[in-house]
Ligand binder design. Sequence first.
Ligand SMILES: [Zn+2]
Ligand SMILES: [Zn+2]
Length: 457
Amino acid sequence: MYGILQSYLLSWIIFGFIKWVDSLTSISRWNIITPFPVWAQFLFFLVVHDCYIYFFHRWQHRNKYLYRIHEAHHSISDVDWIAGARSHSLEIFINQTLEFAPMILLGANPVVIILKGVVDAVWGMYIHSNIDVRSGKLQYFINGPEMHRWHHAKVKGNSVNFGTKFAFWDWILGTAYLPRPEKPASYGLTDANYPKGYLQQHRFAFRQMKSKKETKQIMHNLLFIFIFFPSVQEIQRGDSFFVAQDYQAAISVYENCLRDNPYSAEILWRMSRAHICLGDISQDEVKKGCYEEALTYSSQAVHYDSLNSDAHCWYAVSLGYIAIYEGNRKKVELCTQIQKELQKAIRLNPNNDIAYSIYGSFFRALGNVNWIERQLADLLLGGLPRGGFADAEIMLKKAIELAPNIIRHRYELGLVYLDWGKKEEAKKVFSQALSLAPTLASDEIRIKDMKKKQSEL
Ligand SMILES: [Zn+2]
Ligand SMILES: [Zn+2]
């Protein structure tokens, strides 16, 4: 009974969700797969989805959190044709959304969608059925009860036969197990505490997590899928204003996005970035206000998603700008924090050119601290991080390697060479930078400055 209700309700939710995604993105109007014959479409989705299911299923058995929504399927102690229907709703939601969304979005023939649904249902019954099929050599290619039975075995289940429709994934990737003609002694979970009721099993998947950090990690993943996804298009609209250097317009679009998704780190760090860029081109009286706003947004971004590289990067940038207005003791304190944030940003995304660029500027500032100041800072203020021009050069060169068309990276490298007394290198880098097209409104200021410096060199 529950099974029927569940599949009816879920298909309504899943198809509603996919249609909603389509209404936001209108991908289906491209009809990407429509020109291909029905049999080819069917075969394509059958193989691709089965490959996905193999890996996702295998991952579910390795990851203790993903396993929570898969346990229900393994809780059956008698493997028979109806058993395949037992699964946690969230597991069905994930798998069927990933199964049907591509078909609908790529514009598959409706016959393919119906046929796939029917084949799924029949196949599920077949591989769980209690019949004595002997498929011989076919078992290397097509999955059936002979193999799937062992996946439900109490002792073997976690490590073998993850395939659903095709068996070759298991044979190729070394997870196949088929000791013919034996059958497993018993089926089900080894955990005696696993509840029997349908609703209890659903709730059991969300039982107390081990630590706050682990809970946060899961929330991060869920937030990304369910909350961040809808606003992608709107965020892109804000980004296009940002690229066009209309920071006010970008901010008002992001603000709208934030109203719906106040915890989205992706929007929060963009807000921070837009405020920094706005501050860069504002009059001195309003600059500080912009940077303070940027700091508020980026600190929230880091708070809600500690695994987001851009959030850490823009948090470091805003701390750097705020440091300008602070006294020496606070400056030294901020230095340590900025370095930590930049290191995190790079660790989370080794291709974050902005993080490298800011790190370069950070080392340049350290390079400009003279020996006496450093001794004083060490003595009175708790010590400055190590580093100087040589480190700055490494970081900025890395930033240039990752993003060769950004004026800022080259401009900052030129400044390092100037401070370092390497005039020829500075000249060369500045002239390279001057040949690039501006991407930020503040590039105008940099270009002016470089031209002035070039003429003095
Ligand atoms: Zn399984
Ligand atoms: Zn099964």
